[in-house]
Design a protein around this ligand. Structure first.
Ligand code: SF4
Length: 435
């Protein structure tokens, strides 16, 4: 008889969260991998905005935008003690606990439960989910994996109440718990099990794993140290699969989409096959890899939103922290995109705030520059991630409560700089009103 596994994507507990093409892609890969190995799968995504039980229980659900993004269902909850001094409201994002429990009522007792994790500072929501699962199925072992479990392994082992915590890629490491499995590398995994959702506005996908850069603030070099590129045939076959499922939007989760040598071939194939989908790049593209031909193909293939990583306009800071872009490369990429036909409203730039090296004057200067091009600025708040160079250089301690990694509270700044950053955010909001 096949083993029954319940897979759960937990709530987010935070000051802010938005469904910006946010799906638990790692967990969906694991679901497909286990299913292919003969396991019987049950899946609950606490962030599913269209779960039938949520839709039945809640009278008004937030709407999606043109590209499938939207607000989560949310409820204000009590803040953990470490956040007591923060005046913002703290919330649970995702289905209410009663809905989660009602869904669990319909699940027969599994042999194992797998729970994923993402941001380190979202662990309070994860722990509440594990608590409910352990109450509902006291005899079933809970296995915790994902990013928080990998980065804060000791914390997860000590406090999560999971029976097993696994570090690193599940497709390599689950074999220690399920000896019947064979480890498989990323590029040979079956396509993520998006069919487990009853309704989808979008899917997400990866054409590669890892990144050729090594920015001091980023966890990717530790989480995915090996660069793996999928080939064109496999990528196109996955896209066609989503097309057959009548999905309109695909968001690429790659950390370095344009570095994949197959990417240009994928665009050729999308154009040749006349695939009519809308593609998005929420993870930020590297301006360095653009040329006119590539921008033209992206436009023709149906890319609708382009997010460029700029972080700051100061090249000296880039030399210190990431060496991945110069202002000249950014301007050049912007010009290629404009010439291809992308409108200003389709092009966005990420700027980083909250790193002490990037002063408030510099953030303002960078905002003014991007704004002068007529494109949208997105501020990305720095979060200190254990294991990164920035975490060490800024003197953070591995023992610190992961809630204190939360980017909303500007963990790396002193009180004066925190105040100035809030003023900068207000400045940006005013500028946007004048576009
Ligand atoms: S380029 Fe992006 S993904 Fe790559 S290391 Fe830097 S921040 Fe991380």
């Amino acid at each position: 008889m096949s083993k029954k596994v319940l897979l759960v994507n937990p709530w987010i507990y935070d000051f802010k969260a938005y469904d910006f093409w946010m799906k638990p892609l790692g967990l969906l890969y694991v679901a497909a991998y286990l299913r292919k190995a003969g396991f019987e799968i049950n899946f609950i995504d606490c962030l599913d905005r269209y779960h039938p039980v949520l839709m039945k229980n809640v009278s008004k659900l937030p709407k999606s935008d043109l590209f499938g993004r939207g607000k989560f269902y949310t409820q204000e909850i009590e803040k953990p003690t470490v956040y007591q001094h923060i005046t913002r409201k703290y919330r649970r994002y995702g289905m209410p606990p009663e809905v989660f429990k009602q869904i669990l009522d319909g699940v027969s007792e599994p042999d194992s439960i797998l729970v994923t994790s993402i941001m380190t500072y979202w662990y309070p929501g994860l722990f509440d989910v594990i608590k409910i699962l352990k109450t509902r199925f006291p005899k079933t072992p809970v296995i915790l994996g994902g990013i928080y479990a990998t980065i804060c392994y000791e914390h997860a082992r000590e406090f999560s109440r999971a029976d097993y915590v696994i570090k690193g890629p599940a497709e390599q490491n689950l074999v220690s718990i399920f000896p019947e499995l064979k480890p498989v590398s990323f590029e040979h995994l079956p396509f993520p099990a998006f069919d487990l959702y009853s309704k989808l506005d979008y899917t997400c996908m990866l054409t590669s794993q890892g990144c050729p850069f090594s920015c001091v603030y980023c966890a990717v070099p530790n989480l995915s140290p090996k660069l793996i590129y999928r080939d064109c045939t496999s990528i196109i076959s996955e896209i066609s699969n989503y097309q057959n499922m009548s999905i309109k939007n695909i968001a690429f989760y790659d950390d370095a989409l344009l570095a994949n040598p197959s990417f240009s071939l994928v665009l050729d194939e999308i154009i040749r096959r006349n695939i009519k989908m809308q593609f998005h790049t929420p993870n930020g593209l590297h301006p360095r890899f653009f040329n006119q031909g590539l921008a033209d193909k992206m436009f023709a293939a149906g890319f609708k939103t382009i997010y460029l990583s700029l972080e700051t306009t100061d090249c000296k800071i880039h030399e210190k922290i990431d060496n991945k872009v110069t202002l000249q490369e950014f301007i050049q990429a912007f010009e290629y995109l404009k010439k291809s036909g992308f409108s200003n409203s389709q092009i966005h730039a990420y700027l980083m705030i909250g790193l002490p090296e990037i002063s408030v004057e510099l953030v303002k200067q960078s905002i003014d520059f991007v704004h002068s091009l007529g494109i949208t600025v997105h501020l990305v708040e720095f979060s200190p991630i254990p294991g990164t160079k920035a975490f060490e250089q800024l003197g953070f301690d591995e023992q610190t409560n992961p809630c204190l990694h939360n980017n909303t509270i500007f963990p790396a700044l002193n009180d004066e700089m925190k105040k100035q950053m809030l003023e900068i955010k207000a400045y940006l909001s005013k500028l946007e009103l004048t576009v």
